[in-house]
Structures are given as structure tokens and as C-alpha cells.
Write a protein that binds this ligand. Structure first.
Ligand code: ADP
Ligand code: MG
Length: 389
């Protein structure tokens, strides 16, 4: 059977229909809260018995992603979405034969593989960081010299800076390729970044698109640390970034929430698309408190064939990530009162059972009059939390 075309089945799905979500981490949890608030039922598939989403979902299918019974259960949903891109595309395609699925398996497949992703970004007329595909020892040749200093990244399964090694010469490249088990990789030139930014675009069809405000992102050790809105980039540049994100979504005929990460270098002479995510994104968590609607409401709405809501910004906001590193000892929680006593700070914790270094445990949003103030308050509060160790 051919997968159903989203437009052919442009029936609107109304509450209390049941929506399915693949993956029960924090993104699945926030999708579920948004869906439940709107009156939908939610079924989540995640093999982890403690997956945060199960606290809010009507049903938790606690089975592996390739379980045939899980597939049958999900087929009973009115529509299914995903919280992560490393989900089985074959599962998504099987589901799409009988259920509405967004984002599409095709778009998820693109974002699973940096090599395909970069090709698609270029086909859409946008620029990627200069790169070279490395699939064998022979690829680690003289041609790589132009890419040093570089970063070797595995083509698949990388996240939060994992699967990446900085390399400065051919010897280091060969060793890094071998350390990464010689899986297909891309060698990217390591850029001197002026800044990083992202745009979350919500697309139902070519006429029905909303972009959230551009966020300025700061990473630490390859993991997002802060996102701040409104962006301090000039407004012309912000418009360009939003238009690029729309261009990409249009080119992919994307239906759903798509996040586009940008690198800005050389006084904005160059703008590169770093990568895309076929879903709401950590850098869009400010939308939970600072815009008229959240990226998760948009995910629910588009999945249900409804137009995205207005995305206007209400206040300046800085989102600060809370990683497992903040837990001094496993049993001892950070001093949340530091955040909870503040009238303009919204704490979001994901109720994960185990705090591990680098693991995303929560985030907080600081609202203020200006992005400068929200950022400095956010950084201050973060260092209080840290020094409480
Ligand atoms: P992930 O999939 O883990 O998010 P990214 O490719 O987005 O991986 O890299 C994570 C972060 O590492 C980026 O946000 C950026 O801060 C830094 N980084 C990645 N690639 C480059 C590069 N080519 N030049 C400079 N910094 C980079
Ligand atoms: Mg990234």
C-alpha cells in the first residue's frame, strides 16, 4: 500500500482523538503535556520504563521500537509523530501506510545522516560548512589538507557533540577515523564562529507557515548552554535566517516543526546551515514561556492538520540548560529555591531518575525587558546553582 499523502488526508483531527509519539524523553513529554492540555489522548512508545513522558501519557507502550505489537497499537492512533530523529524510518513508513505521520519518514531519514542532510541543504540553495565525506582510509588523503583544523563527525547517531573529534593534521584524522570505528563520517572545517543561531519553523503547507523568533545560541563542549531571544543580530539578518529556514522547509515539502541551526562567521559575510532537526528543539524551549504559543503546541496542531498559532514574542528570554553535572551527589538535588524564588524565572524539570554528566535534566527560562538582561540574570543564577555544589 502507498503511504497516505498528508494533503490527501487533510481531514482535521479534533480532541479527544488519540495521538502517538515515538520516544518518551523530555521532548515527548512536552509534546504530551501540550496535547493533553488541548484535550487529546496520547500514547507513547519508549522501551524505558522510566521515560519522562509516561507521567503524562494515557498509555505507555513499554516495548522496543521494532516490536510488532507496538506497531499494531500505534496504528490505532489518529496520527503519530516523533520526538527524535534516530527512530526507525521503516517503523515510520509502515505507520504511514495507515496513519497520518508527521514529520515524514523521508524527512527524518535526511536528518539521520549528515552526508544526506548536507546534500539536501545544498540542493535547497543554502550553504553548508565546507566538508568532505570520509568513508575509508583512502579518503584520508591530501585533499583533506584544506579542511584543517577540522572536526571529524560520524554521519549518523551523533548528538550533543558526541561522535565528534577535532583533528589538525592527516595523522590525527586517520587516528580519529579509526577511533570512530571507521563508520562513514564527514570532515568539516572547524570555523571561528562569530555566533550560532537557530530558527524553529512550523509548516502545515506552502501557504501556512509560522517561524518562531531567531534564537542566539551558546554551546559548551558541544552541548547547548543558553538560547536567548530576541536575537541581537540585526533585523535584516534575522529575516534572512527565517527565510532560509522557510526555503528549506518548502524544498523538503515539510509538514511539521523543523529546526534549522545556523553558523554565522566573518561579520555575517557567511551564513552556513549547520544541521536540521525534524522536530521541536532544545533551542526552542524559550517558547514555553516567552511566546504566544510553544513549539510543542505547534507540533500537536500541525500533526492534527490545524494551522500553526501566532508566534509573537512576549518578553525577552534566556533559556539555560540544566545538565546532570549540577548534581553534586546522586541523591542530593541542586538548590532549586535559587530559581523558584525568582518571579521571572520558570523552572522546567524532566523528572529523570538518574543524573549523569552531560544528560539534559531540565532547563529554566528567565524573562526580562532585554535579551542582555535575561542573559546576564540567567548566567548569574546558573553560577549560583553551580557554586551551591
Ligand atoms: P550535534 O549533532 O551534536 O548537535 P553539531 O554538529 O551541531 O552536533 O555540533 C555541536 C556544536 O559544536 C555546534 O553547535 C558548534 O558549537 C560546534 N561545532 C560543530 N561543528 C563545528 C564547526 N565546523 N566549526 C566550529 N564549531 C563547530
Ligand atoms: Mg547541533
Amino acid at each position: 500500500m502507498q503511504p497516505m499523502n498528508f494533503k490527501e488526508q487533510n481531514r482535521v483531527i479534533l480532541p479527544p482523538a488519540t495521538l502517538g509519539i515515538l520516544g518518551g524523553g523530555q521532548l515527548g513529554m512536552m509534546f504530551t503535556i501540550a496535547a493533553k492540555t488541548m484535550g487529546y489522548n496520547v500514547v507513547v512508545l519508549d522501551p524505558d520504563v522510566n521515560a519522562p513522558t509516561q507521567m503524562f501519557a494515557d498509555k505507555h507502550i513499554c516495548k522496543p521500537y521494532d516490536d510488532p505489537e507496538a506497531l499494531q497499537e500505534l496504528k490505532q492512533c489518529a496520527a503519530v509523530t516523533t520526538e527524535f530523529e534516530n527512530v526507525s524510518v521503516s517503523l515510520m513508513k509502515q505507520l504511514a501506510q495507515s496513519v497520518r505521520v508527521s514529520s515524514s519518514g523521508e524527512c527524518v531519514a535526511i536528518s539521520q545522516n549528515r552526508i544526506i542532510e548536507k546534500e539536501k541543504i545544498r540542493e535547497a540553495g543554502l550553504q553548508t560548512v565546507p566538508y568532505r565525506v570520509i568513508e575509508s582510509d583512502d579518503d584520508c588523503s591530501e585533499e583533506c589538507l584544506n579542511f584543517f583544523p577540522g572536526i571529524l563527525k560520524t554521519a549518523t547517531l551523533g548528538y550533543d557533540g558526541k561522535g565528534q573529534i577535532v583533528v589538525n593534521d592527516l595523522r590525527a584524522l586517520k587516528k580519529a577515523f579509526s577511533d570512530l570505528k571507521k563508520v562513514p563520517c564527514v570532515l568539516e572545517k572547524k570555523l571561528d564562529l562569530q555566533s550560532e543561531a537557530s530558527v524553529v519553523v512550523c509548516r502545515l503547507d506552502s501557504e501556512t507557515i509560522q517561524c518562531f523568533p531567531v534564537a542566539d545560541n551558546v554551546h559548551k563542549n558541544g552541548i547547548l548552554f543558553t538560547s536567548t531571544v530576541p536575537s541581537i543580530l540585526n533585523s535584516e539578518l534575522q529575516e534572512r535566517l527565517k527565510n532560509y529556514a522557510i526555503q528549506l522547509a518548502d524544498d523538503l515539502d515539510y509538514v511539521g516543526v523543523l529546526t534549522v541551526e545556523f553558523f554565522i562567521v566573518n561579520d555575517a559575510q557567511k551564513i552556513y546551515v549547520n544541521e536540521i532537526a525534524p522536530r521541536p528543539h532544545n533551542s526552542g524551549h524559550y517558547t514555553l514561556d516567552a511566546t504566544l504559543c510553544s513549539q510543542f503546541q505547534q507540533q500537536v496542531r500541525i500533526l492534527c492538520g490545524l494551522p500553526p498559532l501566532d508566534t509573537s514574542l512576549l518578553r525577552a528570554c534566556t533559556m539555560v540548560n540544566i545538565l546532570g553535572d549540577l548534581w553534586p551527589q546522586k541523591e542530593q538535588e541542586p538548590d532549586w529555591q535559587i530559581l523558584l524564588q525568582e518571579p521571572f524565572v520558570h523552572l522546567h524539570l524532566y523528572s529523570k531518575k538518574e543524573a549523569r554528566p552531560g544528560r539534559k535534566m531540565g532547563h529554566f527560562n528567565v524573562l526580562s525587558d532585554t535579551p542582555e538582561k535575561s542573559l546576564s540574570t540567567g548566567l548569574n543564577l546558573f553560577s549560583h546553582l553551580e557554586s551551591d555544589h
